[in-house]
Write a protein that binds this ligand. Sequence first.
Ligand code: R5P
Length: 295
Amino acid sequence: LLVFSGQSNTRLASAICANLGIPLGRSETLKFSNDNLMVRYKESLREGDVFIVQSLSAPVSDSIMELLLMIDAAKSASAGRVTAVIPYYSYARSDKKDEARISIGGRLVADLIEAAGADRVLTMTLHSPQVHGFFKIPVDHLSAEVVIANHLITHVDGVEEGVVLAPDAGDIKRASALARRLNCNLAFIDKRRVSDTRVEARSLIGDVAGRKVFIVDDEISTAGSLVQAVNIAKESGAGEVYVATTHGVYVGPALERINSLDVVEVASCNTVDVSDEKRQECPKLSVLDVAPLFA
Ligand code: R5P
């Protein structure tokens, strides 16, 4: 078994290898002056069971291209089987033609990964679980639910008295599974997306008054959805608010917004690398390790 890493999340790839008790495979990616990428493996892959770890995080297009090149180079180096390990599949947010004449990036990226030669995909918490079906090759779709649940159970007193709050209707199924695991109640928010960066929380369905609230979302990007969710929870009388997400993307105003929010913490899994600088800038961030699950 050989594990290699693209550049988007080498910390997670190293942690996966540490869990497996094997060294991270040696490879390098070069960027030429014309912006082209080139990948080189520095050890033999012949007949090997090769796993390439690459989150599709910023810079997203470079991350995708690097993954495609790594798959292609592994195939042409006679790897036996190539698994694309994609902890964060960002294009899962583009899963349908909900306006006229728009692209469906989730499907196109799946097609590219297959065309490059991947035999299998291992991923976590797709924004739209149906993106799984865009692949014709086998996909193992992991969930961070157990990691998030264990974190809350060990860090919060009286979890079962609290309420899991889904910040929009699309998250209800995942939130409900977590609420079952925590043995607590569920509430959700009627959220409308106005634009890429603006959302409106219309109403909160459920009872959060005087209770600890656990907001769970698949992804925090600009934290716009989170701000709305926290505000409406507090207006509805929520007590302490804890936030947990699988993918902490934290772009644009996200950290500034989180710093000014009345929440105890914002935990995210290490599917997307949260730099030490970001963690220093925003002490409310904490990182949950999903490397054992991937390993
Ligand atoms: C939306 O449907 C997702 O579940 C997340 O709530 C959303 O992607 C978060 O984006 P932002 O942090 O920019 O509001």
